[in-house]
Design a protein around this ligand. Structure first.
Ligand SMILES: [Zn+2]
Length: 460
């Protein structure tokens, strides 16, 4: 449901392609920074059934026709968003510079020497090299992340204390190291086995590992960072209402696949998402969403998520990601040889299967990811729009005044999450995983195939 995400470095560098494969709304990424938020005591919030209109218009204005913010909120949303964009680009540029310096100053070669000195066995060397190298990269990236968390606290988006934040960072490091070791050990074994075809041969185990990760993400990884409860335990009424939606969709989601995330411990933002694959496929709703929006608005958001669920967006994302991974691996293969032919001696890297070449691969991957951001985000924006259409259609007729409810849900989303009221077009193109909130809101209250005698797109 969210607008754009400031992605996390190590996950990004490590298993970059996982992002194609991640759940729509990106929240399967436990380090998604844009969901961080601060201390706005929830006691001050209006009770959920009496939430006043967030629109700051004339009193007689009852329709939410535009995304509108109070002057103070507007300034905050713009400043917070701009800071996020700046950090996004800065983090890529700094990451690139650091990796370049790690190569140029012979640090990658030094780490390789340490690893090779530790053992004769290749896999043991990998167990030394990969964690050391990843830790170095992530420590260098830490200042940007610290600054972002500070901003999130300042703008009252995050309510997560520093101790808890660092603990999450540490857990993230451990998870990424485990995943990184598995990937890199297999990659380098394949490289040694087939120096000319490794990009193709490695694709098969890589896709398999990513598939396993997508399946176990909600079961193993997400619970490390957030608490989840069955939605039915606290909100049986909501489960019953969702049941009506899913029944209408013809795709019943069993109540045991609906979860409540206790996000309010860390954030003021509101969100919901679909994650997992096969046995782990599920809808997750943040408790903040239920607390801060009306029942009907929550239901519309669930309708949007239902769209992701029914339209198979996780599977489609996975397939697109797998295809893109093959292209990426080929480009990495070509790029690695090109770079080593030129600078290998200077960087003291002996060949492609030298552990130190991992730094070259990550640098290339970083460049590749950066320039493919517009394509990736175009893909997710398309899915998000489809889910919006679905949400509008599935709630039409079930919720009174459903298009106004949807529009107001976007107003609440934008206001609470400090969404940029008017993001520059280039920024939307480059890094928005969702259409801007203002556009989604306008679409919500203008989409009306029913009165025009047209057929709805998904829900007939
Ligand atoms: Zn979505």
């Amino acid at each position: 449901m969210k607008r754009w995400k400031f992605r996390h470095r190590f996950t990004l560098l490590l298993c970059a392609l996982i992002f194609f494969l991640l759940a729509p709304d990106g929240s399967a990424n436990p380090q998604q920074l844009s969901q961080d938020n601060t201390p706005q005591p929830s006691a001050q919030l209006p009770p959920r059934h009496e939430i006043p209109p967030l629109v700051t218009g004339t009193p007689e204005q009852t329709r939410t026709e535009q995304y509108t913010l109070s002057h103070e909120r507007y300034e905050k949303a713009v400043a917070y968003s701009r800071a996020g964009y700046t950090l996004y680009f800065l983090s890529y540029i700094l990451g690139g510079i650091f990796l370049f310096l790690i190569l140029r100053l012979g640090i990658a070669a030094r780490l390789r020497d340490i690893a090779e000195g530790a053992s004769q066995k290749r896999w043991m060397q990998g167990l030394v090299f990969v964690p050391l190298f990843l830790l170095l990269v992530d420590v260098l990236d830490l200042p940007v992340r610290l600054y972002w968390h500070r901003l999130s606290l300042h703008y009252e988006q995050s309510v997560q204390g520093w101790g808890s934040w660092f603990w999450d960072w540490t857990k993230g490091e451990l998870v990424s190291m485990v995943i990184g070791i598995v990937f890199v050990l297999i990659l380098f074994a394949v490289m040694r086995f087939s120096p000319r075809r490794w990009w193709l041969l490695f694709w098969f185990p890589a896709v398999l590992i990513l598939l396993v990760l997508v399946v176990i993400m909600p079961l193993v990884i997400d619970p490390l960072f957030n608490k989840f409860e069955p939605l039915s335990s606290q909100h049986p009424d909501l489960v019953a209402s969702i049941g009506k939606l899913t029944q209408r969709a013809g795709v019943p989601i069993p109540p045991e696949r609906m979860f409540l995330e206790l996000a309010s411990k860390k954030t003021n933002a509101i969100n919901a998402y679909v994650t997992g694959l096969g046995a782990s496929k599920r809808v997750v709703i943040w408790d903040t969403l239920i607390q801060k929006t009306s029942n009907d608005e929550t239901l519309f958001v669930v309708g949007h998520e239902l769209g992701h669920y029914v339209l198979g967006h996780v599977v489609k994302g996975f397939l697109a990601g797998a295809a893109a991974l093959l292209v990426a691996l080929y480009l990495l293969f070509r790029g690695l040889h090109w770079a080593l032919d030129r600078w290998g001696r200077e960087w003291k890297i002996l060949g492609a299967e030298d552990w130190a070449s991992l730094a070259v691969l990550l640098l290339l991957l970083q460049v590749l990811l950066f320039f493919s951001s517009p394509a990736i985000n175009w893909f997710t924006r398309t899915q998000e729009h489809a889910a919006d259409v679905y949400g509008l259609e599935i709630t039409h007729g079930l919720i009174p005044n459903s298009s106004e409810v949807a529009a107001h849900a976007f107003q609440a989303l934008g206001e609470l999450d400090l969404s940029d009221p008017n993001p520059p077009q280039f920024i939307t193109f480059w890094l928005y995983s969702h259409p801007p909130v203002a556009e989604r809101l306008v679409f919500a209250h203008t989409y009306d195939p029913w009165s025009k005698g047209e057929k709805p797109k998904y829900v007939k």
